[in-house]
Design a protein around this ligand. Structure first.
Ligand SMILES: Cc1cc2nc3c(=O)[nH]c(=O)nc-3n(C[C@H](O)[C@H](O)[C@H](O)COP(=O)(O)OP(=O)(O)OC[C@H]3O[C@@H](n4cnc5c(N)ncnc54)[C@H](O)[C@@H]3O)c2cc1C
Length: 571
């Protein structure tokens, strides 16, 4: 049985940064990922990473912008940690080889991003995530004697010992179908978000909420789950992202009347107001009949005023996306976009060292909720979150491991997971002899889940729609228990993994809807048309969701306020 001081599930930016930190602290480390590490979803990150590195900036200004962006739901102690450590982290990346863009004076160049009071986003064209991920992977190679890599291994369950601590995982080798137990003194979840619970989404097919659901099933509370970010600029055709970097470079939003409508909603920041504000403005224009496109379903993003040379240099990926996926040359004509699901602000509740309430279990990156994003994440703060809290979790877990013995782990869960997968593969495709509805395909259930979430739990929400969504999610959970798959083999059986992922997405969706029903106010990404005002008196608090028996139980925890008292948010 493989045994490690620190076992990291996920090899995106949070996981790789945690692995590097734990290895440098002297721990024996394993990093395990269901896809090859550099195919992790972090590779898609485009526009950049925030840090107050310019002489005109200060980390406190970054922290205040983040607190305001969060609609005062973010925990200010955690935000202070993230923003004060940001400049050091970005310089560290530069020193290990990330080729950040430089200006004519040879200084690190910074671009404007939404909700920021100054330019503070460092970038590598519009492939920032890819650039950082590849450099971190290279760094991990240097530590190969301490860091074992399990590439294309899929975790099916977290393990808990008799004392209630997390002591490892059960995982399946995707290549062969072999199942194995891994024991660990500490396990760090770095499994990313849950965007695939929505359709469409900007997130890759692998972003299925595995870590969030696994921690929840183990008893760890989830926090801020109602806060789901809709990004203002996603392609109408398929939900692909057009980075906020485009607006940072000067692109504007236009309605069917050719009006730059953000003047009405955010006269100071215009297109660079926070994402929740811009997405709501676009959705309002669409709902009130001023959308563009055959059915008025979109908004124009016009970048033609930015010099073509600059667009081709700094935004080359979205030039390609425009051409390949919408048939539009964005350097010459506007492109049709609309708000689309992008990011989950909620996740596994942790402290600033990534520790959850379960001893030995840590979480970092999009899977976690520290909470630095509160009700709304500022663009370019997620890469920062993954790196700062990935590193801190790695360091903390390594230090904890130094004074522990390796836990004893049983095979019980392994046998349960093997039986579950065998049962899943053997499921019939027809209705049983007793009648009842015929089982559905996993992919059909996933599609209905995504469409339901996008219809009822999106930019605008209200009680009846949320209740409808909860009802559908409950029915889909029942149907998922009988859902069938086609592939009955063992080698690279993605069908089996898809069925397991569906269960994770349903857990996440249920937690999101329950929390959205609970929060009877409008704050950040949660806009309730039946409760349109922010209500600090009753709702300046986090909603925590814990698994109680078979279903979610709701409780609350306080928001940490250090130096910035809540005030009305205007852009
Ligand atoms: C198109 C796009 C552009 C973006 N651009 C930016 C940007 O410019 N700036 C910014 O700050 N943010 C950006 N974001 C957000 C940011 O990219 C993500 O929030 C961040 O990269 C998440 O990193 P992570 O390490 O937490 O998870 P991920 O990179 O998603 O990695 C998750 C890892 O977990 C593994 N995993 C998951 N489940 C299992 C399992 N069951 N078993 C084993 N392994 C598992 C996966 O294989 C993967 O290695 C963007 C997001 C999108 C969608």
């Amino acid at each position: 049985m493989p045994s490690h001081d620190v076992l990291i599930i996920g090899a995106g930016l949070a996981g790789q940064r945690a692995a590097l930190a734990a290895a440098q602290a002297g721990a024996s480390v394993a990093i395990l990922s269901k896809v090859h590490p550099v195919r992790s979803h972090s590779v898609a990150a485009a526009g950049g990473i925030n840090a107050a590195i310019s002489v005109a900036d200060d980390w406190r200004s970054h922290a205040y912008d983040t607190v305001k962006g969060s609609d005062f739901l973010g925990d200010q102690d955690a935000i202070e940690v993230m923003c004060s450590e940001a400049p050091g982290e970005v310089m560290h990346l530069e020193h290990i080889g990330v080729t950040f863009h430089r200006n004519e004076k040879g200084e690190l160049d910074l671009r404007a991003f939404g909700g920021a009071s100054v330019k503070r986003t460092a970038y590598v064209a519009d492939i920032t995530g890819q650039a950082i991920l590849h450099v971190l992977y290279e760094q991990l190679m240097k530590h190969h004697e301490q860091v074992d890599r399990y590439e294309e291994w899929f975790v099916t369950s977290l393990l808990r010992d008799d004392a209630g601590a997390c002591c490892g995982v059960v995982a399946r080798d995707v290549r062969s179908g072999r199942m194995e137990v891994f024991s660990a003194k500490n396990t760090i979840l770095a499994c990313g978000g849950a965007g695939q619970a929505y359709s469409p989404t900007t997130n890759a097919l692998i972003v299925t909420g595995d870590g969030i659901a696994q921690a929840y099933r183990l008893g760890a509370p989830l926090m801020d789950m109602e806060m789901v970010q809709y990004h203002p600029t996603t392609l109408v055709e398929n939900g692909l992202l057009i980075t906020e970097g485009a607006r940072g470079e000067g692109a504007v939003l236009l309605n069917a009347e050719g009006e730059r409508f953000m003047e009405k909603y955010a006269p100071n920041k215009m297109e660079l107001a926070s994402r929740d504000v811009v997405s709501r403005a676009e959705q309002t224009e669409i709902l009130e009949g001023r959308g563009v496109g055959t059915h008025g379903e979109g908004i124009y993003l016009d970048i033609t005023m930015v010099p073509r040379k600059r667009t081709l240099e700094a935004l080359r990926e979205i030039v390609n996306i425009g051409k390949d996926f919408a048939g539009v040359d964005i350097t010459r004509e506007p492109i049709m976009i609309r708000p689309g699901q992008h990011y989950i602000m909620g996740g596994v509740k942790t402290d600033v060292d990534g520790a959850t309430s379960v001893p030995g279990l840590y979480a970092a990156g999009e899977v976690a909720c520290v909470s630095v994003h509160g009700g709304n994440r500022l663009g370019a703060n997620s890469l920062l979150d993954t790196l700062i809290f990935g590193r801190r979790a790695g360091e903390h877990a390594a230090a904890r491991a130094a004074s522990m013995a390796m836990p004893a782990v049983s095979d019980e869960q392994l046998h349960e997971d093997v039986a579950l997968i065998d049962g899943l593969i053997a499921r019939p495709r027809e209705a049983g002899a007793g009648g009842g509805p015929a089982p559905r395909r996993v992919s059909e259930i996933k599609a209905e889940l995504g469409e339901t979430m996008n219809q009822y739990v999106a930019v605008y929400r209200e009680q009846a729609g949320l209740e409808k969504a909860l009802e559908v999610v409950q029915r889909l959970r029942e149907e998922s228990e009988r859902a069938y798959i086609d592939d009955r083999g063992t080698v690279f059986n993605q069908d089996v993994l898809g069925a397991i992922e569906l269960g994770y997405m349903l857990d996440c969706a249920q937690a999101i809807v329950v929390a959205a029903i609970e929060r009877k106010e409008s704050r950040g990404a949660q806009f309730r048309t039946d409760y349109p005002e922010r209500n600090d008196e009753q709702w300046l608090k986090h909603i925590d969701i814990t698994l109680n028996g078979d279903g979610p139980a709701v409780s609350y925890s306080p928001v940490t306020i250090t130096q910035w008292q809540p005030e009305e948010r205007k852009y």
